[in-house]
Design a protein around this ligand. Structure first.
Ligand code: NAD
Length: 480
């Protein structure tokens, strides 16, 4: 069994308290590794290393910082197959998906922000005859990055790379449920020549090591992605400390399908947006609103396509869905399916756990599930399930579609399927979501701001937003 380590001051380090957490392979339900169950003293060691590394890293010429980060990106790329297999084993996602999406995005996060580091610049504001003001952007210092289990390397690097590009040093914590590729990232950073202490990775439980990072008085800001309930706990800790926070939280995302949409593209798009990664992407659609004239036809086409999805061994390249991430999450998803039935749902397809014969017989597999007949106000339509469970409902006009789409506390993303350009603009303007896709889904341009409205978060990541988060402007005014 593999024993993972923390990565502190450029070294692989065992947790000071000597305690470990079991790491499971969701496809088999078996423990295959152990990760450190670190505590506040490990965070302190990580912080001290990051504090020592900060002066040299923040003052290093941007081109040199950029080169090191490009080497990390290249190493992730060079280890594509190995990292994809590891991500799939750790998370349960199909290995093909990890190879196409998770690992390339991990590399892209590093290469994108490696080049962004070259474009951070000061601004000058002249008042002719009076003064010249200029604004510099100073890295904050040591920052904390905390990420979830659904896109492990993808989201971990999405926070770390901009922090490093901005000149900060980092104490980072991946999810305790999926620690493996974060462990490998530490090794690849050392191989790339990242100076010791610039990135420190501390594994462990959220309320223990995560809380210790948020509470640490020397850690200047926290970039967090996870559930809205956890986000609230972080905010309660950080607010009295006046600590800067970026919160990327949960979603309950609508997809609106209008009768004028390209029917086949919409069916395919909705299947993808609902069930990719077993529905465990914060941007997945979990509420489908379909214009009444095409409702029956669309629902039947959807059921046919969803029935044809193959749920199976994540190692099998023909599997469309793999396992969900943990026993606890499997139980949660099944309890929501039961709740939905209790709330009056008609189960169109799926609705149960699946047993996959062979090596995956004890894995956590859930059939992709379509429900109909539920009102907007019920818990199934209001609460984030974060699994392969989607609820369908017809609508009669744009006004009703908007009321349904906006009728939840979340506001992360929304998808609109229509061939009417004016309608696309109208809907996009009125939807309460940080990101609206029209006739596509999950097409991400790393330059664009990313984040949610309402209970889906505070702040934005991506592009210059993340660099702004990890830096602090200072204005200097000089009299002429
Ligand atoms: P989670 O909130 O349980 O955990 C996220 C991370 O926070 C983990 O590393 C966890 O250990 C840590 N944590 C838990 N308690 C903590 C505490 N008190 N202090 C500091 N850290 C703590 O979320 P999860 O179950 O890992 O992930 C699923 C959730 O993440 C879903 O709600 C999903 O929508 C959300 N998510 C959001 C986005 C986005 O960009 N908005 C992206 C992916 C996932």
């Amino acid at each position: 069994m593999e024993i993972l380590t923390n990565y502190i001051d450029g070294q692989q380090a065992s947790p000071l308290g000597g305690a470990y957490i079991d790491v499971f392979e969701p496809a088999t339900g078996q423990v295959y590794a152990q990760a450190p169950r670190s505590q506040a003293d490990d965070v302190e060691a990580a912080y001290q290393a990051a504090r020592r590394a900060f002066p040299a890293w923040s003052q290093m010429p941007a081109a040199q910082r950029s080169d090191i980060m490009l080497r990390v990106a290249a190493l992730i790329d060079n280890h594509l197959d190995e990292l994809a297999a590891a991500e799939s084993r750790d998370n349960g996602k199909p290995v093909g998906l990890a190879r196409r999406m998770d690992i390339p995005r991990g590399a892209a996060n590093f290469s994108y922000y490696a080049t962004a580091a070259l474009h951070i610049h000061d601004e000058a504001f002249g008042l002719p005859g009076q003064a010249l003001s200029y604004t510099t952007h100073k890295p904050l210092g040591v920052v904390g990055c905390i990420s979830p289990w659904n896109l492990p390397l993808y989201l971990f690097t999405w926070k770390i790379a901009p922090a490093l590009a901005a000149g900060c040093t980092v104490v980072a914590k991946p999810s305790e449920i999926t620690p493996y590729t974060a462990w490998r990232l530490g090794q690849l950073c050392a191989e790339a020549g990242l100076p010791p202490g610039v990135l420190n990775i501390v594994h462990g439980l959220g309320p223990e090591v995560g809380q210790a990072i948020v509470e640490h008085p020397g850690i200047k800001a926290i970039s967090f992605t996870g559930g809205s309930a956890t986000g609230r706990v972080l905010a309660q800790t950080a607010a009295p400390m006046l600590k800067k926070l970026s919160l990327e939280l949960g979603g309950k995302n609508p997809a609106l399908v209008f009768a004028d949409a390209d029917f086949h593209a919409a069916v395919e798009g909705v299947v993808r947006s609902s069930f990719t990664n077993q529905g465990q992407i914060c941007l997945c659609s979990s509420r489908l609103y379909i214009e009444r004239p095409i409702y029956d036809q669309f629902r039947d086409a959807l059921v046919a396509q969803v029935d044809a999805l193959k749920v199976g061994d994540p190692n099998d390249l023909s599997s469309n869905l793999g396992a969900v991430v943990s026993q606890a999450h499997f139980d949660k998803i099944l309890s929501y399916i039961q709740l939905a039935q209790h709330e009056g749902a008609n189960v169109l397809c799926g609705g149960q756990a699946l047993q996959i014969p062979g090596r995956c017989a004890n894995g956590w597999f859930v059939a992709p599930t379509l429900l109909e007949g539920l009102p907007i106000g019920c818990r199934t339509n209001q609460e984030e399930i974060f699994g392969p469970v989607v609820s369908l409902q017809p609508f009669d006009n744009e006004e009703e579609a908007l009321a349904l789409a906006n009728g939840v506390d979340y506001g992360l993303s929304a998808t609109v399927w229509t061939d009417n350009l004016r309608r696309a603009h109208r809907m996009a303007q009125a939807l309460e979501a940080g990101l609206v896709w029209v006739n596509t889904w999950l097409l991400r341009d790393l330059r664009t701001p990313f984040g949610g409205m309402k209970q889906s978060g505070i702040g934005r990541e991506g592009g210059t937003e993340a660099i702004r988060f990890f830096t602090e402007p200072k204005t200097i005014c000089i009299s002429e």
